[in-house]
Write a protein that binds this ligand. Sequence first.
Ligand SMILES: *Cc1c(COP(=O)(O)O)cnc(C)c1O
Length: 227
Amino acid sequence: MTGLKVVTTIDERLVAVRADIARACREAGRDPGSVTLVAVSKTFGPEAIAPVIATGQRVFGENRVQEAKAKWPGLRERHAGIELHLVGPLQSNKAKEAVALFDAIHSLDRPSLAEALAKEMARQGRAPLLFVEINTGGEPQKSGVLPQEADNFIKNCRESYGLKVAGVMCLPPLEEPPAPHFALAAKIARRNEMNLLSMGMSRDFPAAIALGATHVRIGTAIFGERD
Ligand SMILES: *Cc1c(COP(=O)(O)O)cnc(C)c1O
């Protein structure tokens, strides 16, 4: 983690995060190229995002469709090769905008959304990478499919809606050690023959990488605290 170092600028924080990802990969005997850093820029404006793009970062995460729609078309005009990931919950009535804007959606968690996404993907001829969100802690206030319903839901996405679901996403309960949740998400992905694992945030990404994360979603450690 970056806790012991005094890091001040976005540049330095990004360098530190990349070094921590590389170290976690080394310790796990993994290729650092097997982990994608999704820089979660929610709540931050283009003036904070531009310096991160300038360091070479191209993959960004947002949690709201409207916010992303206001921010990213302009940034995309100025910078080539941006890949945008939706990491927050998605309402079915925003599926159209989400499919048009995002290259990956990490929050597929119910049949009505699977249906809306399938329809829009066919209509727009676009195929964002899809992750099924698992509510590994069974928390009532959180979105995500319950672990015991995951296999059926994934099968349903594939067979009823023809969706190529590529991976699993999880967001462990704040007050619990994250490793068992990461392990459970990894197990669900493996037994459903999915290769991608979206897990790990600022506070816990080394543990997520140790358990197979392919996409770490990191906001605070790069951009600083949100208001
Ligand atoms: C905000 C957010 C993140 C990033 O969290 P940090 O703790 O700031 O790194 C990751 N995933 C999701 C789903 C988020 O909403």
